[in-house]
Write a protein that binds this ligand. Structure first.
Ligand SMILES: N[C@@H](CCC(=O)N[C@@H](CS)C(=O)NCC(=O)O)C(=O)O
Length: 233
């Protein structure tokens, strides 16, 4: 029998790290967590720079293989660890193309082009500079882009792609959760979908692991804001 691979996930307390914790719990893959927060001393340390020279989280070590980029990590885990019981990637070619479309859409249109403009130029303006026009336009742009999710779910489907939960749901939901945290009003038509996602046991376990809820170093003030998704009426 080959030795089981040792998985280590570096990164906590952001929605980008939450994606990976959630995927690992959906796939029921055992892993250990290395607490590592943005802009901490630890992330800039020489020991972490050896592991990830870009000094970013999340970062995954899977045996001797390692990688960064939250969306790519989630896709990798979906390829590598999906099985008959826990499958995060569609088998059918067209559904797989749709899955890929949603993954890129979440990583580029929702995350990089919208949410992280707001994050950088509002919450982190002391580092990246103040840009109120860019921030308000980013929120508008985000809402406009949501038509893709609204239209997809308008036929009453349960998940974004085909008839199964996939990692596209993880990536899109994590963006919607961050939008709520930022105070962006989401269309009410999306609330039932978000409630379904937040009710998943793997989401809740991933949330606990990501925010070290009640654990050492847990910051209830910070975690509380992210609970919005769990409290949708
Ligand atoms: N595109 C990357 C972004 C990674 C990223 O910027 N992560 C932030 C936390 S959300 C970080 O590591 N920030 C540390 C820093 O900039 O010092 C991903 O999705 O993984």
């Amino acid at each position: 029998m080959p030795e089981p691979r040792e998985l280590v996930l570096w990164g906590t307390e952001s929605t980008r790290t939450l994606r990976v914790h959630w995927a690992l719990h959906e796939l029921a893959v055992p892993y250990s967590v290395q607490t590592m927060n943005s802009r901490s001393e630890a992330i800039k340390s020489s020991s972490y720079s050896e592991i990830n020279p870009r000094q970013k989280i999340p970062f995954l070590q899977d045996g001797t293989f390692s990688m960064g980029e939250s969306s790519a990590i989630v896709a990798y885990l979906s390829y590598r660890y999906s099985n008959k019981t826990n499958r995060l990637i569609p088998e059918d070619i067209e559904n797989r193309a749709r899955w890929l479309e949603f993954c890129f859409y979440a990583a580029t249109e929702l995350d990089a082009t919208s949410l992280y403009i707001i994050r950088r130029h509002r919450d982190l303006q002391h580092i990246y500079g103040e840009a109120p026009a860019a921030v308000s336009q980013a929120a508008e742009y985000f809402k406009k882009q949501l038509v893709q999710v609204e239209r997809t779910l308008s036929d009453g489907r349960v998940f974004l792609v085909g008839e199964q939960f996939t990692s596209a749901d993880i990536l899109v939901t994590s963006c919607l959760a961050l939008a709520l945290h930022f105070g962006i009003d989401l269309p009410r038509s999306l609330h039932p979908y978000l409630k379904r996602m937040a009710a998943r046991p793997a989401y809740q376990k991933g949330f606990q692991a990501n925010f070290a809820v009640n654990g050492p170093g847990s910051d209830e003030g910070r975690v509380g804001d992210y609970r919005t998704l769990l409290q949708l009426q």
